[in-house]
Design a protein around this ligand. Sequence first.
Ligand SMILES: [Fe+2]
Length: 525
Amino acid sequence: MLNWRQLLGVDATSRRQFLAYNAALAAVPFLGNTTQAVEKPRFKDNPFSLGVASGDPDHRGVVLWTRLAPSPLQPDGGMTPTAVRVGWTVAEDEGFNKVVAKGSTLATPQLGHSIHVELSELKPDRWYWYRFHVGDAVSPVGRTRTLPLPWAEANQLKFAVTSCQNYEQGLFTAYEQMARDDVDLVFHLGDYIYEYEAGRNGKVRTHLGKEVESLGDYRVRLSQYRADPLLQGMHAQCPWFVTWDDHEFDNNYSNDISEEQGIDPQRFLIRRMAAYQAYYEMMPLRRRSLPRGPHMQLYRRAPFGRLADLMVLDTRQYRSDQPNGDRKSPLNEAALDPSNSMLGGEQRNWLYHSLINSRAKWNVLAQQVMMGMVGFPSDDEPLSYSMDQWPGYAAERIQLMKFLAERRVPNPVVLTGDIHSNWANELRVNDRDPESQLVASEFVATSLSSGGNGEDKPSWLEELQSENSFVKFHNRQRGYIRCNVTPETWTSDYMVVDQVLQPGGKTTVRASFVVESGDPTIKIA
Ligand SMILES: [Fe+2]
């Protein structure tokens, strides 16, 4: 049990720390009257410095997002602690001649003056334009879209898959090409920010401050990233489905367990509450994702007509601790322990329910860590596997593959981020057995910037592929995946950037693969 000192963040009995804490408390400004909304505020600087975004579309609407922050790198965004009324307008055209919805909502200090407008009366399968206004200030214009009716035959879906955008390690150049790709949607599969202290792996620019821990720290870090014009520009292009991996909170955590030894789970959850709230505030998420203490509903499903069912997973919040101390290990008893779970029971049941309920041609699992059971050769040792990825949860992964095969779920496709490299994998019930039934295709998107420029082909690739014949492609440059889905085929273009350490990098198609409906085999396009 925690004592009161620990709850207040004064875990040592040190009198000096206790006095410092009291001094810090005294420095908290008087909160003022937070009950009265300011209708016509004036700002010294642009309150829309963080731009606009939209997300989580369905056939009736979408979430429109902004956050008032005249000083985005301050924990409070430079706002006074009062609620502010913000107006919004939605139109069918970029010039706002045909306005179809408008209204206003309160930006409250509790949620960092973020706005999440949940629209539900738009027409299906259409593009819209939106903007916000507050006082005399008008936001940039964002473009967004609704999805087709769930029972409609949709002919085409184009989207991008991105992840891992370390601000210090590379420029967000790839978003320039993504904006030109004219996609319907973006999936961000996590590591939207990195929690590390300034200068840890800096190559091109520097984080502000120490490793982030408090709500204010997470807000500043997220704002520093979102202030990047290329990232901001891509958010304004189309709606995003976002999900997190570990670095939105803390490296390689699982549920309430820190990577570091000896961190009290109760204290860790207090930090998680701050991280999750800041993430909610900064993302275009629906109200159902509003945090409840250290919990947040992030797994969700969106049908894109009868073309694709989009299932977004959360493989961090509910997972059991990584086996074998989270060290690369053979598929030993600990890795195969059937009680290991990546999804947690509730999410797993929801996923199974969604899969048998789907009417879609393609069933998309947008998630974080690699499902292909890639074994890494090492001198006279058995193959070793990443315990932070699905091999550490092998029983649950095999059960999922069996479920997909036995229920004949049409065309499962897994989208993955996390490991700063591109992979195209054919997934079997048991990847280690080439005779085992082929069930799904997996496209792993490299990092957008994490790791710097990277390389095309590592020297060990041939050896790796000879041990893992299901790996059809691997590359270690920066970029994203661009997908084009029709009722007949799924095409994945691996987009790579030649340079992220200096501006002006060029993004081109490194390789394209196609999967035909009814056969998960990955073929060169
Ligand atoms: Fe990452």
